[in-house]
Design a protein around this ligand. Structure first.
Ligand SMILES: [Ca+2]
Length: 333
């Protein structure tokens, strides 16, 4: 049963708007033709009769009009034509489930009808298995007070859980939630997902690190880049937080924003953004962290059920987990 009918459409990003070389040569050609026409008309103005001059004026005006129309409208037409993928994604909210408001969500993962969640903050960090429809915590382990848990991901029977600044990735046995190992890394840990072969980790910058799960060694890194809608210039997209690998794309929460970026895992280019501002619970909209003076209860948490093509979205201390179905989509390409 469809409980709600809100739609979340992909925000159209004018990246790769047009290939400059595709229209620069026609523009140069028309421009040169116009200049030559002007020179000819000036030459005849001096030497030739008035009738010919009259015809040349008419031709010149027509060429100017064509030139202006070409310059003004051609880039726009190409922009619409070359960005069909982002425009095609459409999500529909199909259900809302309760979410523990004490859960400072840092990682979310779907498997076999359950959600696995990593919650952060010192003294309150946990790893938990959650029943989706009731929000009931089935199993939970607490981390020592000195650790601030971050993103998590499951490969086989192993659960990988990052810590923020401690530099540890803890490994748990999924069937018992007992810690069975750990890796150390440099820098901060934020979000974690996997592409089926490697773990993919964010650290709050624009970098995504692909990591071999057996030894936690870095295999490669990508820099995530978006394009400014006004200036058309590329810029690094920083503050990448919770992650999810969804049918060949990396989806990333952008910290302190209400948007999720869809990222090409090979090039790091942002394919599109999804705006979730309409789904932020009222009580979480302006809540500021007393500790950091910034928005605290932000959108953070993406999980994907590949069998049913469902996406679960929540935020830090939100009381709701949203379930979306993919209505029309490039994910099923
Ligand atoms: Ca996730």
């Amino acid at each position: 049963m469809r409980l709600f009918t809100r739609y979340s459409r992909v925000q159209k990003i004018p990246q790769n708007n047009y290939n400059f070389s595709e229209f620069v040569f026609p523009v140069i050609f028309v421009g040169l033709f116009t200049c030559v026409s002007v020179l000819i008309s000036l030459w005849y103005r001096v030497l030739i009769c008035d009738l010919y001059m009259y015809l040349m004026r008419r031709i010149f005006r027509c060429i100017c009009c064509i030139f202006l129309i070409f310059v003004l409208f051609f880039p726009t037409a190409v922009s619409c034509a070359q960005n069909p993928l982002a425009a095609r994604l459409e999500l529909r909210e199909v259900a809302r489930y309760p979410h523990d408001v004490e859960a400072f969500t840092q990682g979310l993962f779907y498997e076999a009808g359950f959600l696995y969640e990593s919650t952060g903050e010192y003294k309150f960090s946990t790893l938990r298995q959650v029943e989706i429809k009731t929000g009931k915590v089935i199993r939970k382990v607490r981390l020592p007070d000195k650790y601030f848990a971050e993103g998590m991901h499951i490969i086989g029977n192993k659960i990988y859980q990052l810590t923020w600044q401690a530099g540890y990735c803890f490994i748990y046995d999924k069937s018992t939630l007992k810690m069975i190992g750990q890796f150390q890394y440099k820098g901060e840990g934020w979000g974690l997902t996997g592409d089926g072969k490697y773990l993919i980790m964010s650290n709050g910058s624009d970098q995504l690190n692909f990591i071999e799960p057996s030894n936690f060694k870095s295999v490669r890194k990508i820099s995530v880049k978006d394009v400014d809608a006004k200036t058309k210039k590329s810029f690094p997209l920083r503050n990448l937080n919770e992650l999810e690998y969804i049918n060949g794309e990396i989806w990333a929460n952008i910290w302190q924003s209400t948007q999720i970026a869809r990222i090409n895992p090979v090039t790091g280019e942002v394919i599109g953004r999804i705006e979730f501002s309409a789904f932020v619970p009222t009580e979480n909209r302006n809540e500021l962290s007393l500790r950091w003076g910034e928005r605290r209860s932000v959108l953070n948490g993406i999980a994907f059920d590949p069998q049913n093509k469902r996406i679960y979205i929540t935020g830090k201390n939100w009381k709701i987990i949203y379930e979306f179905e993919i209505v029309s989509d490039v994910l099923q390409k």
